[in-house]
Design a protein around this ligand. Structure first.
Ligand code: FAD
Length: 469
């Protein structure tokens, strides 16, 4: 490690000594085995370097110190949450300082009357949701990974989840942030009020910026009153594209379920094996939906969607008889990506298309799977048009790996052709960097670079992620 020579000609030893001056001993990790565990997020095919050190910040001042040292020595910094990301955005860069906010996991304030919570970024999404639920409040953004992803990571990727079809994504719930800039200065953005338009919306600038503009050390999030216990139903389809057509019909009819998700046969079977459950798996696809409108309104909404599903060719509709049955369906849906992971190596895509084009996306993915002789599980947030076609392959087989990567790219091409985006919620990271220019165009990319240079002139924060300078 001491052989490291940074861009300013300093040795790794100098950098480590400077870091140690402002950090308590447990906050600075240099042990090779422990450092190794902070190299990767969960993306496939994304390279990672070996960090010089990992800073496990306990407070904002630790992050400030790490960034000041990084600026002084010209060392890159990779911010990390819980490393559950799927785009390589949190992967370490050779010789970098990883600044992890995983230990900053305290809820600082819960203001029930104003329906907001002030939290540190390291808390897991499910833990924050449980804290606010105990006071009768609701933090809607709920990625499938909610039990093992952090609010800091959610903010930095603008995460979505299962409730987005009705309640929107992370950025819809962010009132303000505390961010440590590359210089080590602390920037406070936003407000605590319901409304507020003073100045540029710097808060939203940081949401989804994938650690390239600053390190988030505190967030003020808006909350909703707790929703009613949802009513749940599911429909079985003989083709996945018929399920896609049913989603388009729901949207066209102006119905707004609180959840509308799809699993194809591969996904259902994988979930059954993983959870030892017995969801019906003799269908090509299953749509599951919920209404949290409460009482008779929920029952009416669930039935209206069931009727549309049957009109679009559903072979059967199952209405959950009690909340436990609904929970089982939801647990199965949440488990799919991990369940597919148990079948082989997975390459998880994340394309989002206008909801009326979902059927075309699903049919296109089926053709791509057939063309490459691959298994591609189709699962996703159908109500948002946001699908996670997941290629399952044998990574020790070079030919299959090449086909998996080609299929992954073709799915994104298809998403763009259908008027969609290359990522609905997982972010660009390293995995999709080459596709960003194609989606946003040269002028937009130049504006991205100008913003980056304004906030991080030396380009030290998560360099090479999202786009290159
Ligand atoms: C099985 C599975 C299911 C998933 N389902 C979903 C889903 O339904 N919806 C969804 O949106 N995502 C999903 N994801 C992806 C992932 O969980 C999310 O992207 C999540 O928001 C990442 O959070 P994290 O704490 O793990 O962040 P990390 O992976 O550690 O980091 C993600 C990005 O955020 C940056 N970052 C992290 N913390 C900070 C901080 N404090 N300040 C500045 N930058 C920071 C990193 O630099 C990186 O760019 C899933 C992942 C898995 C493995």
């Amino acid at each position: 490690m001491n052989a490291y020579a940074g861009p300013m000609g300093h040795s790794g030893h100098d950098v480590l000594a400077a870091l140690a001056e402002g950090l308590p001993e447990p906050a600075l990790v240099t042990d090779a085995d422990r450092v190794e565990s902070y190299r990767y997020d969960r993306a496939m095919f994304c390279p990672a370097g070996v960090p010089l050190a990992v800073v496990l910040a306990r407070e904002t001042a630790h992050v400030q110190h790490a960034l000041r040292v990084a600026s002084r020595f010209g060392v890159p910094v990779v911010p990390q949450g819980a490393r559950s990301g799927l785009s390589g955005a949190a992967n370490a860069i050779e010789g970098c300082i990883v600044v992890s906010t995983e230990k900053m996991d305290a809820v600082l304030e819960l203001d029930v009357a104003n329906r907001l919570v002030v939290t540190q970024p390291g808390i897991f999404n499910a833990d924050l949701s449980a804290v606010v639920a105990a006071q009768g409040l609701f933090y809607p953004p709920d990625p499938s990974s909610w039990e093992f992803c952090s609010i800091g990571g959610n903010l930095s990727t603008n995460s979505g989840g299962l409730c987005c079809v009705k309640y929107g994504v992370t950025s819809d719930y962010v009132l303000g942030l505390e961010v440590v800039l590359a210089s080590g200065e602390v920037l406070r953005t936003g407000r605590r009020t319901v409304k507020g338009v003073a100045g540029y919306d710097l808060t939203k600038l940081f949401v989804g910026s994938e650690g390239t503009l600053g390190v988030i050390t505190e967030a003020t999030l808006s909350l909703r009153p707790a929703a009613a216990r949802p009513a749940t139903a599911a429909a079985l389809f003989a083709t996945a594209s018929a399920a896609g057509a049913a989603v388009a019909a729901v949207v066209t009819a102006g119905l707004v379920p609180s959840l509308l998700e799809i699993m194809d046969q591969t996904s259902i079977r994988a979930a059954n094996a993983y959870l030892k459950s017995d969801l019906p798996d003799d269908c090509a696809a299953l749509l599951v939906w919920q209404s949290d409108s409460g009482g008779a309104a929920a029952a009416a909404e669930v039935s209206a969607i069931a009727a549309l599903a049957l009109e679009c060719g559903a072979t059967d509709v199952i209405e959950a008889e009690d909340p436990a049955e609904g929970d089982l369906l939801l647990a199965a849906r949440r488990s799919v990506l991990m369940a597919l992971d148990a079948l082989g190596t997975t390459l998880i895509d994340d394309v989002c298309v206008p909801r009326t084009r979902l059927g075309e996306l699903i049919e296109g993915v089926e053709k791509i799977a057939a063309l490459h002789g691959l298994v591609i599980g189709v699962v996703g947030h159908a109500g948002d048009g946001n699908m996670h076609p997941t290629v399952v392959f044998d990574a020790s087989d070079d030919d299959q790996s090449a086909h998996a990567q080609a299929a992954f790219g073709e799915i994104m091409d298809l998403g763009l052709e259908l008027g969609g985006t290359i990522t609905g919620e997982h972010g660009v990271g390293v995995l999709k960097r080459e596709w960003l220019a194609r989606e946003v165009g040269a002028v937009s990319l130049d504006v991205h670079r100008a913003v980056k240079r304004a906030l991080d002139p030396a380009g030290l924060l998560n360099p090479g992620k999202v786009f290159t300078l």
